[in-house]
Each structure stands twice: as C-alpha cells, then as structure tokens.
Design a binder for this molecule. Structure first.
Ligand code: SF4
Length: 256
C-alpha cells in the first residue's frame, strides 16, 4: 500500500491541455517540493496577498505613464526602451520629458537623434537609445502610416526591442495577454518555487505554460514593486513578507 502523502495543492488553472503523465516543459514546476513548514502554493491566494502589499507603492514606470494618458503602443514602446537597464526613478521623468515634447511617431521623427538624446540624457545608453527611438519613429511613420500594429513580431523587428518590452507594451496598450519577465518577475517566481528556470526567457516560457491567463499582464505590475520593496535582490524581507507561509524561498540564504 502506498504511504505517499496525498498532495492537496490546487492545480494552477492553466489553459494547457497537458495530462499528468506527460513530462512538463523545462522550467515548469507542477508540484513544488512540499515543505512541512509551508502551506500548498496557491497562485490566486499568493497574488491576492501581493496585490494588497504593493497597494501603496508606486506603479512601475510604464503603468504609471499609461495612467497619465501616455497609453498608445508607440508611447509604451518608447518608455520601455528608456527603462532598459535604468531605474524607474530615472526613466519615468525622461519618458515624460520626451513624450511631452513628442508623443507621436511623426513628431518624434521630426526631431534629430541629438535633440532626443538631450531629453533622455540621464538614461543608461541614452545616445544609442536616441538613435533607436528615432529609427522606430521614422519606420512607424513611413511603413505603418503612423500607427504601430499590435503585433509582437513587428515590435521585435525593431533594434533594441526584445520580448520583455514587446509583451509589456502590447499588454498595456493593446490588451494582449502577454507575460513580461524582467529581473524582478524572474527572481520572485523562482524563489516562490512556482517555476524553476535559469534565465528570464526560460521563466517566461514556464509561466506561459502554467500561470492562469488572467494574470499574464498583471504579474509584471505586481512583482516589480514587490521585488523592489519586499523580495529584494539581496537579503529579501522574508520575516515580514505576506507570502512567507507559501514561498519555498528557493536559493534564499540570508533573509531579513
Ligand atoms: S518569503 Fe522571502 S523569498 Fe519568498 S517572496 Fe517573500 S521575501 Fe521573497
């Protein structure tokens, strides 16, 4: 007679049609290691508690811009490029300065890369980004009649635009169900034990398999402030974390 404990973790309500006997794709954790000191991991419950805990923190830059009316796909893409390797506290003012001067492809295309650079100078790699933004504006004006199509392949055909930016811009501006995995989303979901992946790209693939679609856009919105203020890169604040009883704390060795 089997003495294996009965697993009572609720299966994620993924749209995947995988059966229990099929091997899950790499990086997917269907049943996190049970721990006697932890309750079963329930993504609905965990995200509800995270949502409550980040209520008073500032929104990530692109969501903040959208709330201020800069919600077109072009504006969101511009903001995401500015945010690459740059803190939100730096990229958000730069995006506002640029978009208040030129919020459409036509207006940005009329500026020179030098003029764009002067407005975004505090941002990392500002000179290269100025040229990228100008090229995107020109191509959007000339090739797409001034309106970017809600198409991930088109966005990723621009220099400097990868899945993280394309997915987040499409999620916010076009309502696409798309997961954007930055360093915070990658770190937190792996520490939870919800996925097991070495890179943000592998984490995105794993999340696409098991995260319920209703959370695909919101995940980034929640985990960026959560990763900045609670589940920080070094010495996460586990002792006061709202999901400590569920989190497997994978790889965490020196928590606060
Ligand atoms: S318990 Fe610690 S490792 Fe887990 S989510 Fe909270 S802060 Fe991060």
């Amino acid at each position: 007679m089997s003495t294996a404990p009965r697993r009572n973790r609720r299966a994620p309500s993924s749209t995947s049609s995988r059966t229990a006997r099929e091997k899950p794709p790499q990086g997917v954790v269907t049943e996190p290691e049970p721990r006697p000191d932890k309750i079963p991991f329930d993504i609905d419950d965990v995200l509800a508690r995270v949502r409550e805990s980040v209520r008073d923190f500032a929104d990530a830059a692109m969501f903040a811009l959208s709330a201020r009316g800069h919600d077109s796909l072009f504006e969101q893409l511009v903001a995401c490029i500015l945010s690459i390797r740059t803190l939100d506290e730096v990229s958000l003012p730069a995006a506002l300065a640029l978009l208040e001067r030129a919020s459409t492809p036509e207006a940005l295309a009329r500026m020179s890369p030098g003029d764009i650079d002067a407005l975004i100078r505090p941002v990392t790699f500002h000179e290269a980004k100025a040229h990228q933004l100008h090229a995107i504006a020109v191509r959007t004006r000339d090739e797409f009649g001034g309106t970017l199509p809600c198409d991930a392949q088109v966005l990723q055909s621009f220099k400097g635009v990868g899945p993280k930016c394309a997915h987040l811009a499409l999620g916010i501006a076009c309502g696409h169900e798309a997961i954007s995995v930055d360093i915070h989303v990658h770190r937190v979901t792996n520490r939870w034990g919800y996925v097991k992946a070495r890179s943000p790209e592998a984490t995105m693939a794993a999340l696409e398999t098991q995260l319920p679609r209703r959370y695909w856009v919101e995940l980034n919105r929640l985990l960026v402030p959560f990763g900045k203020h609670v589940c920080t890169g070094s010495r996460p604040k586990c002792s006061t974390c709202p999901v400590l009883d569920s989190c497997r704390q994978v790889g965490v060795t020196n928590p606060r």
